[in-house]
Design a protein around this ligand. Structure first.
Ligand SMILES: [Zn+2]
Length: 392
C-alpha cells in the first residue's frame, strides 16, 4: 500500500513538474518578450510545492499551492490533479481546501469554476456529507458534461435516501433523450408500494398509471396492480393477473406467494391456497424448490397441501440430502401420519438450512441476498436479482 502511495506521489510529481515546466517556460518566454528579463517566480513556487510533496510534507505543499498568486488555465490543471490526488488518498480536508481555494478565485473561467464545484461536491460525497454534496451538485449549471454528471449524482443521492418524489422531479427535468424510463418507472413503483402499505389505493393507482404512461408491460407495476386489485376486493381480477405475471416471470414465485395466500383468505373455500399451490406447480414444475423455500420463509406451511409439498420435496432428496437421510423413516411413512411436533421440527431444520443462503443473485455484480430487492444494494442497478439455481 505504501509503495502504491509512493508511486502515485511520484507520478503526480512528474505530471506536476511537467505542467510547472510548461507554465514556467511560457511565463518566462512572455516576460522575455516584454522586457528581456525572464522571471521564474511561478516555476519557483511550483518547485517549492513539489519539494514539500516529495519530502512527504503535504501540509506545507498545500500551503504553497493555496497561496500561489497566479492560477491560469494552464496551472489550474495542477491544482485539480493535486485535489484529486488528496481525495483518492482519503485526505479529504486537503482536497476540500484546494477546491474551495479555486472556487474563491475571481478570475477563474466558467468551465474551471464548474469543474471545481463538481470536485468539491465529490469531496463532500466521499466525506459522507451528502446534503452539502447535493447542494453543490445543484449549483452546477447547464449545459456541459459536469451538469449531466451532477444530475446523475443528485438522482443517485435521492435513491440512496429513498426520496423517490425528488428523484422523479430531477429525472423528469432531464431532456427526453437522457431520461431513464426504467428508473422513473421504479420510482413510481416505490411510491405505489408505500401507498399500498398505507392502504391509500387512490395514490397507488395514480402512480401505477404514471408507470403505464412510460411502459405498458412493466413487470413490477403488474405485480403491484395485483396487490391493488386484492386490497380493492377485486379477487377474481387479482387471481387472473397473478397467474399472468407468474407465466411471464416464474423467477418471482417466492415474492408472489404471500399474495396468493391473501387472495385465498378472501375466499370462502378453506382449500383455496392448496388449489393455487397445485396450479402453480403444474405450470412451473421446475420451481418446486423455490416454492418450498418460499413456504418456509413466509411461514405459509400451514395447510395440508403446503405440508405435502414440503414432505414430497424432501422425500425426493435432491436438495437437503442430509435432512433426507436424517428423516428417512418419517419421510417414507405417509406424510399425514407425521405429528404436528415432528413437522414443526422439520420446518425448523429447513429454516436453519436456508438461513443466510443466497436465494437471489445480481446478474450485474453478483451480489447475493436472501431476500428479493428491486434495486441491487451492491451496484445500484434495478431489477437485476434472479433466483439462484439452488432454489430452482
Ligand atoms: Zn448488483
Amino acid at each position: 500500500m505504501e509503495t502504491l502511495k509512493n508511486i502515485t506521489y511520484l507520478l503526480f510529481t512528474l505530471a506536476a513538474a511537467y505542467f510547472a515546466w510548461k507554465a514556467g517556460r511560457r511565463h518566462a518566454l512572455r516576460q522575455a518578450a516584454r522586457d528581456a528579463t525572464p522571471t521564474i517566480n511561478l516555476n519557483a513556487d511550483y518547485m517549492r510545492g513539489l519539494n514539500f510533496m516529495l519530502s512527504e510534507q503535504p501540509d506545507k505543499a498545500l500551503d504553497v499551492f493555496l497561496q500561489m498568486v497566479d492560477v491560469d488555465s494552464e496551472t489550474v490543471e495542477t491544482h485539480f490533479a493535486l485535489g484529486n490526488l488528496y481525495r483518492k488518498r482519503g485526505e479529504i480536508e486537503r482536497a476540500i481546501r484546494i477546491h474551495q481555494n479555486l472556487i474563491a478565485r475571481p478570475n477563474l473561467n466558467k468551465a474551471d469554476k464548474q469543474n471545481a464545484l463538481f470536485n468539491l461536491a465529490e469531496d463532500y460525497l466521499k466525506a459522507g456529507l451528502l446534503d452539502r454534496a447535493e447542494a453543490l451538485y445543484a449549483q452546477i449549471e447547464k449545459p456541459g458534461d459536469f451538469y449531466d454528471l451532477a444530475q446523475r449524482r443528485i438522482i443517485s443521492l435521492d435513491e440512496q435516501q429513498k426520496d423517490w418524489k425528488k428523484a422523479i422531479i430531477v429525472a423528469k427535468a432531464q431532456s427526453k433523450d437522457k431520461q431513464d424510463i426504467q428508473k422513473l418507472s421504479h420510482y413510481h413503483c416505490e411510491l405505489a408500494d408505500i401507498a399500498l402499505r398505507k392502504n391509500d389505493l387512490h395514490a397507488a393507482r395514480a402512480h401505477l398509471k404514471e408507470v403505464q404512461s412510460y411502459k405498458k408491460d412493466f413487470l413490477r407495476a403488474q405485480i403491484l396492480t395485483t396487490r391493488l386489485a386484492t386490497q380493492d376486493g377485486k379477487t377474481n381480477e387479482a387471481v387472473k393477473q397473478m397467474f399472468a405475471v407468474m407465466a411471464q416471470e416464474a423467477n418471482l414465485v417466492s415474492e408472489l406467494l404471500p399474495g396468493f395466500y391473501t387472495l385465498a383468505q378472501q375466499q370462502e373455500d378453506p382449500e383455496q391456497f392448496d388449489k393455487y399451490l397445485t396450479r402453480i406447480l403444474e405450470q412451473h414444475p421446475q420451481h418446486q424448490g423455490v416454492l418450498v423455500a418460499a413456504l418456509v420463509r413466509h411461514n405459509l406451511a400451514i395447510t395440508k397441501g403446503s405440508r405435502k409439498l414440503i414432505i414430497d420435496y424432501l422425500r425426493e432428496g435432491k436438495q437437503f440430502a442430509s435432512l433426507h437421510l436424517l428423516l428417512a423413516d418419517e419421510l417414507n411413512a405417509n406424510s399425514e401420519e407425521l405429528s404436528e411436533e415432528r413437522f414443526a421440527a422439520i420446518l425448523d431444520l429447513l429454516k436453519m438450512a436456508g438461513h443466510g443462503k443466497t436465494a437471489y443473485q445480481c446478474t450485474q455484480c453478483g451480489y447475493g441476498s436472501a431476500l428479493h430487492q428491486w434495486q441491487c444494494p451492491g451496484c445500484k442497478y434495478w431489477d437485476t436479482a434472479r433466483a439462484t439455481a439452488q432454489y430452482q
